[in-house]
Design a protein around this ligand. Structure first.
Ligand SMILES: [Zn+2]
Length: 154
């Protein structure tokens, strides 16, 4: 088998670039769209598309992802699978981090089971742990951990 037939077969089977930036360029070029065309189709600004294609923006909200996927005529999963969420580090913005943890704790104690990891967006495994305080009263603790990244709520 020579290189040419191998390459053309890879194209036919639809192997796509492994990063969001490169994949978006690839999908746009497959549709023969310019950045301006895509901007009109998706209602994103040209600047935003350039930011996405240069890797400055690495993930999208589900609404934006749907708009972009529709404009590119692909399933949103094609975009989502190469998104990379920035890690939410406690040291960068401790106030926001604590607020997010407080929110998570609250939701878990209310019985919400499907929560997104604040660091990577994957679904968290959550549970409520029951303990007894010094007065013999039941106290509830929210626990969660992520199966994809080191995030843990204890
Ligand atoms: Zn995670």
């Amino acid at each position: 088998m020579n290189m040419n037939s191998k390459n053309s077969r890879a194209k036919e089977t639809g192997e796509l670039a492994p990063t969001l930036a490169r994949r978006l360029v690839e999908l746009r070029e497959r549709k023969n769209l310019t950045v301006k065309d895509l901007s009109l189709e998706s209602r994103f600004t040209k600047q935003r598309i350039e930011d996405l294609e240069s890797g400055l923006e690495t993930w999208l909200s589900s609404t934006d992802r749907q708009l972009l996927a529709r404009a590119l005529a692909v399933d949103p999963i094609i975009i989502q699978e190469v998104e990379a969420r920035p890690r939410l580090e406690p040291t960068n913005d401790p106030e926001r981090y604590n607020a997010i943890l407080a929110d998570l704790t609250d939701s878990i104690l209310k019985g919400v089971k499907e929560l997104d990891c604040p660091q990577c967006g994957n679904t968290l495994r959550c549970r409520v742990q029951v303990g007894i305080d010094m007065d013999g009263q039941e106290v509830y603790f929210a626990k969660a951990f992520c199966q994809k990244c080191p995030f843990v709520l204890t």
